[in-house]
Design a protein around this ligand. Structure first.
Ligand code: ZN
Length: 159
């Protein structure tokens, strides 16, 4: 079976930054529903179309293709007393929704002088990434997965 519309694809992958520095090596396979279900970056999906188990892909992702450009307006300075006592740099909080209605995740980047700096950018926003992957498995999606638009079972949604 090859990667095609409405197949469930398992990938092992490694993510590098533009200088070739390792960012993330997947411990578990990434499993997604192929065919425009927003399960993975569109450019990676394009590169995988027609591939079989054991095939590899290498895709260079600009910020726009991956986690977006860095947006300085997503950095906010808030009063310290709005946060739990144990607040620390690196903690993440869900914040108010964006204009698109998504829940934003803010990461604490600095704490000083009774203020907390939070950044709503994805940690990899603004970065060009090199995504290298190997196809570990391909199977047909079930009707239920197709109607939900995501993968069920191991490494997928449980509900
Ligand atoms: Zn579901």
């Amino acid at each position: 079976m090859i990667v095609a519309h409405n197949t469930v694809v398992s990938l092992s992958y490694v993510l590098y930054d533009a200088d070739g520095v390792l960012i993330e090596k997947a411990e578990d396979p990434l499993v997604y529903l192929h065919g425009g279900h927003a399960g993975i970056f569109p450019l990676v999906e394009q590169a995988l179309e027609g591939k079989a188990v054991g095939d590899t892909c290498q895709v260079r992702l600009t910020p726009a293709d991956a986690f977006g450009e860095y947006d300085a307006e997503l950095v906010r300075v808030e009063a310290r007393d709005r946060f739990p006592a144990e607040v620390a740099v690196g903690m993440q909080f869900q914040g108010e929704s964006s204009a698109q209605g998504e829940v934003m995740v803010y990461t604490v980047t600095d704490i000083a002088d009774g203020k907390v700096v939070v950044d709503g950018n994805h940690p990899l926003a603004g970065q060009t990434l090199n995504f290298e992957c190997t196809v570990a498995a391909v199977r047909a999606a079930t009707q239920e997965e197709l109607s939900h638009g995501h993968v069920h079972g191991a490494h997928g949604h449980h509900h």
